[in-house]
Design a protein around this ligand. Structure first.
Ligand code: ADP
Ligand code: ADP
Length: 226
């Protein structure tokens, strides 16, 4: 069963096609890596799947719902209820501490629950930093707070754009191990990365070039499928 069904999607800016006739089906529970050179359309594809942008052509279904037909209020609802986002730039609220940042994500979804927020921080090894402000945390620690925030509402899908881009090896390992836990628990993971080792964690690698899917690779042995 597909969680995402993307059919003939283009995203044009004037004469430039950031995405050019892309079709892609993603199975529920699949771990997909999206790779490709800078400017190949990775972020554009993530933004469309993450309900932060809409295609100019084509259809995008998430769990059977037409994202390409939705306006901003509906997209915001899908974002809050179904999707967890992890970005390279952390987007933490600077005047809220770690646990408050996680609770803020809960607030947009349901009622904040401090115990649940603390449990999420514990799962990423950040419980003892719960009352620290973002500026009191290292880059790796801030990213781990972002991961806790992304999964606090038990999203069906996690979209991560260069989640290990700013991290040292230790924090990269923590985030990857955590993604494996989520994957084992049935969460769909879609990860944009430049890091070959991170990309190889996925069951399938989608290689974008010039806004098109140039090829797909399955498994760590790199068997081309297309
Ligand atoms: P990637 O994430 O692979 O680096 P992007 O999806 O960010 O690539 O960008 C794909 C192409 O679309 C690039 O040529 C980029 O300059 C262009 N692009 C992205 N966003 C915009 C925008 N808001 N306005 C105009 N062009 C854009
Ligand atoms: P890194 O060099 O790994 O980026 P930092 O030198 O920024 O890390 O921080 C090292 C540790 O000190 C981190 O665990 C961070 O939480 C803590 N820390 C940094 N600044 C502050 C601060 N102003 N108040 C409290 N703890 C801090």
């Amino acid at each position: 069963e597909s969680i995402y069904s993307i059919q003939n999607v283009s995203r044009r800016y004037g004469s430039l096609a950031a995405l050019d006739d892309v079709s892609l089906d993603i199975r529920r529970g699949e771990w997909i890596s999206i790779v490709g050179p800078s400017g190949s359309g990775k972020s554009t594809l993530m933004n469309i799947m993450g309900c932060m942008d809409s295609p100019t052509e084509g259809t995008v279904l998430l769990e059977g719902d037409r994202l390409d037909k939705m306006g901003e209020p509906e997209l915001a609802n899908v974002r809050r209820n179904k999707i967890g986002l992890v970005f390279q730039q952390f987007h933490l609220v600077q005047h809220l501490n770690a646990v408050e940042n996680v609770e803020l994500a809960q607030y947009y979804h349901s009622m904040p629950d401090s115990q649940e927020a603390l449990d999420a921080l514990e799962r990423v090894g950040m419980k003892d930093r719960a009352t620290h402000l973002p500026r009191e945390l290292s880059g790796g620690e801030q990213q781990r707070v972002c991961v806790a925030r992304a999964l606090i509402n038990h999203p069906d899908v996690i979209l991560a754009d260069e989640p290990t881009g700013n991290l040292d090896e230790v924090n990269e390992r923590i985030v990857i191990d955590f993604f494996h836990q989520l994957h084992d628990g049935g969460t769909t993971l879609i990860v944009v990365t430049h890091d070959a080792e991170v990309a190889a964690q996925g069951e399938r690698q989608i290689i974008l070039e010039h806004g098109r899917i140039a090829r797909e690779v399955i498994g760590v042995d790199g068997t081309p499928t297309k």
